[in-house]
Design a binder for this molecule. Sequence first.
Ligand code: HEC
Ligand code: HEC
Ligand code: HEC
Length: 190
Amino acid sequence: MTKNSGHGKRARRTLGAGVMLLVLAAGAPAQDNRSWKPLAADNVHDPASPAVTQLQAPGEALSKLPPASGGNLVRWGAALQQGLIAPRSGADAKSGSDAMVLELDVLLDPNGSLPPVRFAHADHTRWLDCSNCHPQLFEMQKGASGISMLRILEGEQCGTCHGAVAFPLTECKRCHNQPWGAAAAPKGKP
Ligand code: HEC
Ligand code: HEC
Ligand code: HEC
């Protein structure tokens, strides 16, 4: 019993400290502590290549974009929506963005042990074509693709991109983003 109440006190103290941190965070302007490796040290570019001095430094380009906690530390969806970037649909300098944005959410795993996943087509079709996912990765029918976290972690399904070119799988909450029971009518569905 004494042991338990000790734990309780410690938990309350930790909670108190957490609330303090939150208050501090709300009061002060958010500090951006992000940093990116220079091209010559990123283990991707050849440090001897002249391109390393000609290309824009990642820190210079990425520090202006909204922060994320994982991957390359940028919230790309927000950057796009705020008009900070304007990706082209092709390598041709003349090609514009002809993305066909689909406002259709699919609620996945509504009764799982983790909060449900609201898959927003809009977040994806701002840059991807239907054919990037359908029909190879997913059926065009809710519940028909046998989606599972195990397969995602093995680099299939959502894991084809997340952890490779999109934010990493360690960012659980960005996918498990929906409170249980609160999603009776996802966007795009009556
Ligand atoms: C990034 C991947 C991705 C892209 C791109 C994508 N979809 Fe989907 N789509 C999904 C997933 C995941 C599901 C859910 C599949 C499941 O539950 O088995 C889905 C389901 C659907 C469904 C069924 C919805 C339902 O409630 O039954 C339709 C219709 C659909 N997509 C149409 C499209 C169209 C049209 C496009 C292009 C404009 C598109 N999708 C682009 C991943 C994608
Ligand atoms: C074909 C590639 C691809 C597939 C497959 C894919 N995604 Fe994405 N997803 C992206 C890209 C690219 C972005 C935008 C870049 C980023 O946020 O890192 C994105 C963004 C998101 C976002 C928005 C996050 C935010 O906070 O802005 C969520 C949530 C998400 N994906 C969940 C999923 C889920 C769940 C699946 C599987 C059902 C899935 N994605 C499958 C490429 C993909
Ligand atoms: C890219 C998106 C994405 C990320 C990131 C992600 N998950 Fe998932 N997770 C899913 C989807 C989609 C499902 C739904 C599978 C289904 O319908 O059963 C799922 C299902 C699950 C399940 C239910 C078991 C299962 O296989 O269905 C657990 C547990 C889970 N995830 C844990 C985690 C944990 C822990 C993390 C972080 C380390 C994480 N997930 C990160 C997309 C994601």
